[in-house]
Structures are given as C-alpha cells and as structure tokens.
Design a protein around this ligand. Structure first.
Ligand code: NAP
Length: 270
C-alpha cells in the first residue's frame, strides 16, 4: 500500500471512529513514554481532536513533534500549580472550541527525597507540593473545563495501587493518590447530574520519566512480573486503550470508579 493510500485509510478511520467529532484536552505529556501520550494516540486514532499543555519551556521541543503527529492545533504551556496559568489556558481554549468532551489528567509530582526512605520523614513543604500538584490539580482543571462540557463529558485521571496499600518508597505520593481517588468520588458525585463522568485508571508500573524518580522502581517491575496473575507488566498502550473506553460512549454508565489496569496485581492478598 502506498503512503497516500495509508493516509486516506487513516483519515477514514478517524472520520468513522468512536471519538469522531469529540474534543479533549490532555495534561501531562512529557515525552513519547508518557502515559498521557499513549492515551492521546488511541483517542486521536478514533477521531478525537486534541489539545495539549506542557509544564515548562524545556519540554516544548519534546511535545511539539508529538502534537504534530496527532494534528493538534492547540499546545500551550501551563504549570498546573498556578491557577492564573490554568485560567489562561481555558480562556484560550474556549475561544478556539465552543465545547469540550473529555479531559485527561496525567500529572503528578513529589520531591525526589520524598520518594525514597520513610514516609515519616516527609516535610510539610514536600507534603504540600505533592498533594497540590498530584491531587488538587484534578479539581482545578475539572472546575475550569466544566463550563465547556455543555453536553456532558468524561474526566480521566491516573492513579496507582500505592493509594490503597503501602508500597515501599511511594510514600507521600501514595497519600496524594489516596486523596486523588477520593477526589474522583466527590467530583463524580458533584457532576453526575450534568452527565460529566469522573474516573481514574490505576496503572501498574510503567517505565516513564516520573516513575524513574521512585527509588527501587526497577525492583517493582521485576516483582510485578513474578507475582501478577498475568505474569507480566502492563503495557502503556493498555492504559491508553482504557482511557479510550472511559472517554467514549462505551463507558456511558460508569463514574466515580478506579479501574485497575495492572495485569491483576492488585487482587493479590499475598
Ligand atoms: P511522565 O511522563 O513523567 O508524566 C508526568 C507529567 O506530569 C509530566 O508531563 C510532568 O511535566 C507533569 N507535571 C508535573 N508537575 C506538573 C505541574 N506542576 N504542572 C503541569 N504538569 C506537571 O510520567 P507518567 O508515568 O506518564 O505519569 C502520568 C501519571 O500517571 C501520573 O499521575 C503518575 O502518577 C501516573 N501513574 C504512573 C505510573 C507509572 O508507573 N508510570 C503508574 C500509575 C500511575 P514535567 O516533566 O515538566 O515535570
């Protein structure tokens, strides 16, 4: 098949895909390994138009070629720790699009020293930072997206098993993810009547920039491979496919859920 023929087929797939005519904003693409990028690929393939934000100028040259691959016409810098920057992004977005159908929040941060050793040593500032960036930002972006979700919508965030059980070194991030999962329920309860659904994907460990900041991350990968019912680690694409399910009409009756995409690891008692 020629390149031109492939392009026509891709175009047709997008026109008839389950996300055709839908628009969404994605927070948290740092590079091609990012879980957010794997979500973006599946949503794009099924026809969605995508907007992106990135945190700092250093990331611009990494995200631009990716955004081009999925024909995005909206890529803005936004530190989610700053309300004024979030307001600016949504102000710009509402001038470009009159509606929004989904939002993917794939953002988390904690100081490196808080992702090793013992949780008991977490400082007030480290706690504040981790909870603010990794939890509050979901509420902040959902609040701004709501006026654009006129016909309902789907909000998706990313969490991890360390919210439910103690995982060595995950420490303050586990506490932040527990708060995030609770936020998912409270947001889902607030927004259900508006037909805005809010769900989380609890992904098994995947080698990304953020994950490599957790002490002993490689050991986590080895352990999951040995112990998980499926005897392997999850693929980033499997997280992307679940995001597609949650963003699409396939999950129209699902809200306030945490869906584990972890090859079954979280069902184990021992
Ligand atoms: P990633 O590629 O490093 O993505 C994390 C993103 O968060 C980056 O784009 C990062 O930007 C962004 N971010 C951090 N602070 C920010 C801020 N103040 N404002 C805006 N953006 C900010 O790693 P990832 O693994 O795909 O992480 C995505 C989500 O999946 C996170 O919530 C993570 O906890 C979750 N998750 C990951 C795994 C895993 O094993 N990888 C498992 C379960 C859940 P910068 O690079 O500029 O900081």
């Amino acid at each position: 098949m020629t390149a031109a023929e492939t392009e026509v087929l891709d175009k047709t797939a997008r026109e008839t895909g389950m996300m055709a005519g839908k628009r969404g904003i994605i927070f948290g693409v740092a590079n091609e390994r990012s879980l957010a990028w794997h979500c973006a690929k599946y949503l794009y393939e099924q026809g969605a138009d995508l907007a992106f934000t990135y945190q700092g100028e250093a990331l611009e040259k990494r995200i631009m070629p990716l955004a081009e691959k999925v024909e995005s016409e909206f890529v803005e810098m936004c530190d989610l720790g700053d309300d004024a920057q979030i307001d600016k992004v949504f102000d710009k977005l509402s001038k470009k699009w009159d509606s929004l159908d989904f939002l993917v929040h794939a953002v988390a941060f904690a100081n490196k020293e808080d992702l090793e050793g013992h949780y008991v040593n977490t400082t007030r500032e480290g706690f504040r930072l981790a909870l603010d960036v990794s939890c509050y930002t979901l509420t902040a972006v959902t609040n701004r997206a709501l006026p654009m979700m006129k016909d309902g919508g789907s909000v998706i965030t990313l969490t991890y098993y360390g919210a439910e059980k103690v995982v060595p070194h995950y420490n303050v991030m586990g506490v932040a993810k527990a708060a995030l999962e609770s936020s998912v329920m409270y947001l889902a309860a607030d927004l259900g009547e508006k037909n805005v659904r809010v769900n989380a994907i609890s992904a098994g460990p995947v080698k990304t920039l953020a994950a490599m900041g957790i002490a002993g991350f490689r050991d986590m990968l080895k352990l999951v491979e040995q112990k998980a019912p499926m005897k392997r680690n999850v693929e980033a694409d499997e997280v992307g496919k679940t995001a597609l399910y949650l963003a699409s009409d396939l999950s129209s009756g699902v809200t306030g859920e945490v869906i584990h995409v972890d090859c079954g690891y979280s069902i184990l008692g021992m």
